[in-house]
Structure formats: C-alpha cells, structure tokens
Design a protein around this ligand. Sequence first.
Ligand code: NAD
Length: 290
Amino acid sequence: MKIAFIGLGNMGAPMAANLAAAGHEVTGFDPVTAPPEGVTAAASGPAAVEGAEVVITMLPNGAILRDVAAGLIPAMAPGAVLCDCSTVDVDSARAVSAQAEAAGLSALDAPVSGGIGGAAAGTLTFMVGGPDPAFERVKPLFDIMGQKAVHCGAAGAGQSAKICNNMILGVTMIATCEAFALADKLGLDRQKMFDVVSTSSGYSWSMNAYCPAPGVGPKSPADNGYKPGFASELMLKDLRLSQQAAQGSDADTPMGALATMLYETFVEQEDGRGTDFSAMLPRFEKRHRG
Ligand code: NAD
C-alpha cells in the first residue's frame, strides 16, 4: 500500500519504520527529524500525501493536527483515508474528520496506548473512531503497528476511549501511591502490602502490572529510578484533555479534576517533569498531612 506518514517523532518514526519493514511504500515528512530507515523523505506534508491511499499523522496536539490537516486534505488523493494516531482533544478529532469528509475523503481518530516501547515492537493498542469502511481499510496497518485495534464508534470515539482510560489510570496511580505512603507511616512492609492488595479488591493495573514501589511486584519504572516509561507531563496532558472533554460535555468528574490538579502541581511546581508518572510515590513519601 502507498502510505504517507506525517510526524516522525518518538512514536511516529518507529511506527513508520514498521510499516516500511512490512513491505509498504512509505513516504514521510517531519520538519525536524529525518525519516527512519526504509521511509522516503518528502519535502513537505502535502508532497508526502500525493497519491497515498492512507495518510497517518502522529503529532503533538490538537492545534497542530488542525493546522497540518488543513494543509494535507486538499492534496490527498480522492477516496484516501486520513488516520490520526496522535492523542488530541475530541473536538479537534471531530473537526478534522468533518473537514476530510467534506473533501470526499474519510478520516479515523486512532490514538494508541503502549508508548515508545510498543511503537518500536509493533505491539500498540489502537482505539479507533470513524466509519466502518475506513476502519477495515486501515486495519491491516494497525495489525502491523500494533497487537490490537478496537473500533470504538463514530468520529471522536477513539479519543474518548483514550482519555477515559487514562483518567482512570491517573486516578488509580495516585490512589495506589498515597496508599503505599500511608502504609509506610503505619509501619506496614511494602511487599506485604503488595501481596495483599494485588490479590484483594484494591488491585488495579497500577498496583499489579506497574507497581510504583521499587523492588516490589513486576519490573517497572520504579525499579529504574522512575525514568519514564510514561512521563508525568504526558499523563498531565491526557488528564487535561479529559477535563476539557468533561467540561464540553457537562460531565461531573471530581476525581479526574483532582488528579489533574495533583499532576499539574507535580510537573509545574515540583520535580515531576521528566519522571515517570509513578514517581507520585516518592512525592507522597516526602509529604506530611496538611
Ligand atoms: P514527539 O514530540 O516525539 O513527536 C511529534 C513530532 O511531530 C515531532 O517530530 C515534530 O517535529 C512533529 N511535528 C510538529 N509539527 C509538525 C508539522 N507541522 N508537520 C509534521 N510534523 C510535525 O511526540 P511523540 O512522543 O511521538 O508523541 C506523538 C503523539 O503520540 C502525541 O500526541 C502523544 O500524546 C501521543 N502518545 C505518545 C506516547 C509516548 O509514550 N510518547 C504514548 C501514547 C501516545
């Protein structure tokens, strides 16, 4: 298949490389980084998408996506699919989809989970919004870049699923970290805490698969000095998107709002930037009540 890949950063470059390695003809554009092996460089975004059947974007945020998509859409071949894999706000995803459809194209919002490791290994999970035929056309590419693609519904449904998932993740990580810090103050051994909670009703992915306490549970960023993994500032980005969506849809999300505030403080006023999002545990360890 002839594919254009726009945005070749930490995630985009390995994803594009995997498509090329699987035998697809991939042309890429990024104003900053050179394309990975197997991907042909184009001089601009619109030049990259000429004649492509599928155009994939992997960009930092919704404002950049809107701007880039406005330039790409007029240059795209009739009937082509614009598939955005960035994490952006639901409104931007829907706006870009409407613009693509007005031009006779189809669009998917297909954010991912799995991080840089998943992008390199081709084991990402795609959460996809958009029309059925477009999903079916891009599905073979999702299967190369990832291990699972869930078609969640119409335009915006992929981004909606992503931010709801990550709002749960942010809240449960904070709850797990504050409970470990409380257990410490109560003199409870961390391994015992893990043994009980991981098999009791307090269990979660944060405790069982990504335990924030070093030396306890499976290997996680806590065992590597809290080097990301999933950086605190990326968690903050996703939590802010959840609150933007909650505001726009009049949803009451008090725990999501508090998690956003805590990660904001951690990243912007404390030493959280550049640490894994599970570094909330050493943060709570140092603190006192009130
Ligand atoms: P990144 O900053 O490494 O890459 C973004 C790329 O977009 C950069 O190379 C940048 O030069 C390029 N870009 C900016 N403006 C452009 C333009 N006008 N035209 C073409 N390219 C342009 O970010 P990343 O880590 O690759 O993340 C990309 C997206 O994936 C983000 O939306 C992020 O939230 C999401 N995401 C990241 C992770 C992760 O672990 N890094 C995990 C899941 C989802």
